[in-house]
Design a protein. Structure first.
Length: 69
C-alpha cells in the first residue's frame, strides 16, 4: 500500500496494530510504502478491510495479491 502524503508512517503503524486482521506491516522501498499481510474470512471481509485501510489508515493506493496455497 501507498500512504497518502498527508499521513505519517508512524501514525499508520499505530493504527494498524489495533486491527486484528492485519498480521504484519513491513516498510518497503519502491513505489509502495508498506507490504501489509492480512487474514480475512472471505472477499466481503477483504473489501471492508481495504476500504477501512483507505478511509481510516491513510492509504492512498493499495494493490492486492492473494495467496492461493
Amino acid at each position: 500500500m501507498r500512504l497518502d502524503p498527508a499521513h505519517e508512517s508512524e501514525g499508520f503503524l499505530v493504527w494498524a496494530r489495533r486491527i486484528p486482521e492485519i498480521r504484519d506491516a513491513v516498510h518497503v522501498t519502491g513505489a509502495y510504502d508498506y507490504l501489509v499481510h492480512i487474514r480475512v474470512a472471505d472477499t466481503r471481509a477483504l473489501d471492508r478491510l481495504l476500504r477501512r485501510i483507505k478511509s481510516d489508515g491513510g492509504a492512498s493506493h493499495t494493490q492486492t495479491r492473494l495467496a492461493l496455497r
